[in-house]
Design a protein around this ligand. Structure first.
Ligand code: SF4
Length: 456
């Protein structure tokens, strides 16, 4: 249980992208650099843009010097993220000089060009074609592109053995603290066949774990006029579960049909892991947030999920210090956490976001109170995490190897999502392991957030 690490907070840069981006530079081809900021959904957008560019024969550069132009995929989720995006654009201009801006902040082109008038182009979120047009104009493609060099799975910015799978865009909710529906529009689900085909291609190319993402995964397909069933996410989960690799669900809202998803987790089709953004537990706070799910019944839902699938891991994120949050409301959240005993928890202190309706709410919580509540929340969350992990000592687990160095192998089981949860470290008998291997271990030590294990 940790606050989301900087590289996965929606308002922070994903620095890992730049690190993982291997230099791919076909001879004589123009080369593009990519700076990708923000959440996993933005990461998927960056992958798609690079996939298209590679398909056209462009090279990909991991540094400013080697790039003929640089794309900055921005985040505009919070004001601090906007500032960070402007800073990243400024750095790319200083270091390279030829910069194309895309992503969430691109929805406000005047804001970008006001600060950086020399950028070559500004395009909004998901405007892949316009990004490509801008690249073509800035650095025309070679007329003989190396189309065949594109790997079947596209260009990957995540390690080769796991991949994000974006199933829809946009959101039909109107949570007051969130401007995503304004920036990304209403829910638009990708066709089921296209998602499954992409998942199969990823599996064929060596991906061992799919991380299903969207703004609202449970709502997948509910925007179709001719939907094949009431809850197409169940159809999708069933099909993905047959591919034979790990499938992990993120951003699932606790709608009633999630109860039908959980038995698929119990039977091994998809991983017994649910990432559900509860955000708060007090009904009044949730009402002021305009959240889609009521708190009173979430404890019942959690009990039902655990009854159907005892090994399920539950992760969630919360906001403390939301406008109007009283000490009583906050205490309700702490009490709820005691009862819910979630396995993994992230927590943010509320922050105003330009354009969010929550800015206008009365009774904003002073910063020092927010910080104090955050510390109390994390103290409780840490104690729950430590006890939960201690209870796993002595148990066996199948783990996926993420990385191997001279000290050992960094692995994860079904209970740990990459980047946001803890790890399982194997520090003996790891020499023959490689990233992507699936091995059996026995857990022999626990800390607050991580585990240590021995191969069996
Ligand atoms: S469900 Fe709420 S927080 Fe999530 S994207 Fe939609 S409006 Fe934003």
């Amino acid at each position: 249980m940790v606050q989301n690490p900087p590289d996965l907070r929606p308002d922070r840069a994903n620095a890992r992208l730049e690190r993982d981006l291997s230099t791919v530079r076909p001879e004589r081809q123009p080369t593009i650099g990519m700076v990708s900021l923000g959440c996993p959904k933005a990461l998927v957008d960056s992958e798609r843009i690079l996939t298209r560019l590679r398909a056209e024969g462009y090279g990909i550069s991991a540094d400013y010097d080697g790039a003929d132009a640089v794309i900055v995929n921005t985040c505009g989720f919070l004001d601090s993220a906007k500032a960070e995006s402007l800073e990243a654009i400024g750095e790319a201009l200083n270091e390279n000089g030829r910069v194309i801006v895309t992503g969430c902040l691109g929805a406000e082109p005047d804001y970008v060009t006001g600060a950086h008038p020399t950028v070559l182009a500004v395009t909004g979120p998901h405007q892949y074609e316009r990004v490509l047009d801008a690249v073509h104009a800035a650095v025309p493609p070679d007329p003989d592109p190396f189309v065949d060099l594109m790997p079947a799975s596209g260009v990957k910015l995540t390690p080769r053995h796991y991949s994000y799978l974006k199933i829809s865009e946009g959101c039909n909710h109107k949570c007051r603290f969130c401007i995503i529906p304004d920036m990304r529009g209403r829910l638009a689900s990708r066709p089921l066949k296209a998602v499954v085909r992409e998942a199969e291609k990823l599996a064929e190319s060596g991906v061992r774990e799919l991380l299903v993402i969207s703004q609202d995964t449970s709502a997948y397909g509910t925007d179709w006029s001719d939907r094949p069933s009431k809850a197409p996410i169940l159809d999708l989960a069933r099909e993905l579960g047959q591919i034979g690799i790990w499938v992990r669900m993120h951003y699932v809202y606790p709608y009633p049909h999630v109860r039908d998803l959980v038995p698929m987790m119990a039977s091994g089709g998809i991983l017994p892991y649910l990432d559900i953004p509860f955000q708060h537990a007090h009904p009044d706070t949730l009402r002021r947030m305009a959240r889609p799910a009521a708190a009173e019944r979430t404890l019942d839902e959690i009990a039902a999920w655990r009854a159907a699938c005892p090994e399920i891991t539950l992760r969630s994120t919360f906001i403390v210090g939301y406008p109007g949050e009283t000490e009583d409301e906050f205490q309700t959240l702490l009490d709820w956490l005691d009862e819910a005993q979630l396995d993994r928890v992230g927590c943010f202190q509320y922050e105003n976001v330009a354009g969010a309706r929550s800015n206008a709410l009365p009774d904003h919580v002073p910063d020092e109170v927010k910080a104090e509540r955050w510390a109390r929340f994390m103290e409780k969350a840490q104690a729950i995490s430590a006890a939960k992990l201690e209870a796993r000592v002595g148990r066996r687990a199948s783990v996926l190897v993420d990385a191997v160095d001279s000290d050992g192998a960094t692995c994860r089981s079904a209970a740990e999502a990459p980047e946001i949860d803890g790890n399982i470290y194997v520090d003996s008998g790891f020499e023959s392991l490689s990233p992507g291997d699936l091995v059996e271990v026995e857990i022999d030590e626990a800390s607050n957030y991580d585990l240590w294990a021995t191969r069996i």
